[in-house]
Design a protein around this ligand. Sequence first.
Ligand code: C2E
Ligand code: CA
Ligand code: CA
Length: 486
Amino acid sequence: MSKALSFAFLFVATGLLVFQLFVGNYIIMDLSAAILIIFAILRIEKFQKEATIAREKAIKRQREMYNVTHDKLTGLYTKEILFHKIKDIISKNSDRHYWVAYFDIKDFKIVNDIFGNDMGDSVLLKVASWLRENSTKDWVYGRLGGDDFGICLPAGDANLKQLERRFSRYVISNGSIEHRILMHMGIYKITEPEMDVSLMFDRAQLALTSVKNEYNKHIAFYDDNMRNQVMWDQMISAQVEKAIEEKQVRPYLQPIVDNNGQIIGAEALIRWDHPKEGFLQPETFIPTFEKNGMIADLDKFIWRSACEILSTWTDDKANLFISINISPKDFLFMDVFAEINSLIEEFNIEPSRLRIEITETVMMTEVENRIAILRRFRESGFIVEMDDFGSGYSSLNQLKDMPLDVLKIDMKFLSSSKNSQKAEIILRNVLKLSGDLGLSALTEGVETEDQYNMLSQMGCNLFQGYFFAKPMTVGEFEKVCESKVA
Ligand code: C2E
Ligand code: CA
Ligand code: CA
């Protein structure tokens, strides 16, 4: 109803009322009262309509706000809002300490692939309700995206281990397959509150990465070493190609001797003569390249170098062998047999002079396929050695199926034992076992004369260790060979 009409009604009704006061006519009074009532009703209706529209608008605005700030599926805060809230909490409570935790669901892709997206969604909803039920009012949390979640909580305000363990008991099933949901959590203890919240989560994520593949440890706290390690990994990974090109990496040779102390071969062990970082031992770079797969390039280079060296050894060195290390990762990036076989053809080398060292971890996946590869090596005349025997999990079980020639037993695993008598019993029996299985035994890490004597007495006849010689340059090795004994 327009304003003018309202006023017209009001004017007529008031006029009639005033008029009836003079003339005392009740009909006029009734009429004016009726007009006033109609007017009042129409006004009330209008106000009601307006109020409803305003309320609907407010609800719509609220809903829009909620949709922008909350994740559609779980109803948790979105990443942007979570970061904003965290920043706010930290700056308003500068006297309190906080942690940020980043966590994700292990193999969430598998959940979606095998159990379907609906099951995937229900797992995410479960995480959200787990968070709601187990958090206190001082926590803020949200979904960072995908299967990643973030929390900011007062330092030490939760028994996270207990919470996480509780959640890890959650099993999903589609009737035939059951799958246990595992979560991993990385925590950054905020030490620099002014830092960007996204950087805080980067640190928590870094901690998470350090336990991501573990089944028994699910929570890790960030420390600066993790960041330094990442920076180191990035630096050396960027330089590896050049290092190979410029031959900053090269094999060192450690003599392998028989029970007369005679050198019969050597193990090729990589070294990196880094222009800035100095002389690097394999433990400073091999784990990095095993993680990112670059080990395959390094190994190919070392295998080629070993073949080059062998091809130059003639006369009294013509029977020496070189053992090369094969990383389990190599199998993922190349046809290991084809690669090595083409090298010995190229350099015209007897296969038995290039010994193949593999570890038990090679057999952790694709067992049948790996067994077939090792068999091919042996059938082609290569000698296959199991490195670091005894350091893994299922050595004895694997021994029965693996095509092998030599067991390399590392003294380190035994000398770390507190009970030397027991260590001796184990060693004696492993040596006997290898004999019974028709394998040669080679003990490595032999550091003292006593160890050498004991091992010889036990029937071992191949040795490698500091007692004889440390790994050395090719030139040094050749000189030592010329003097016949190590
Ligand atoms: P590994 O294959 O078990 O090599 C034996 C390691 O024991 C070598 O360490 C060697 O220097 C060390 N060693 C030899 N004798 C003794 C001893 O008497 N006492 C002690 N305490 N240690 C001894 P290195 O050269 O530092 O190599 C470490 C590991 O790095 C190797 O262990 C191997 O797993 C890996 N690695 C080395 N070179 C290569 C390579 O070219 N390719 C791949 N994939 N891995 C390599
Ligand atoms: Ca080795
Ligand atoms: Ca070894």
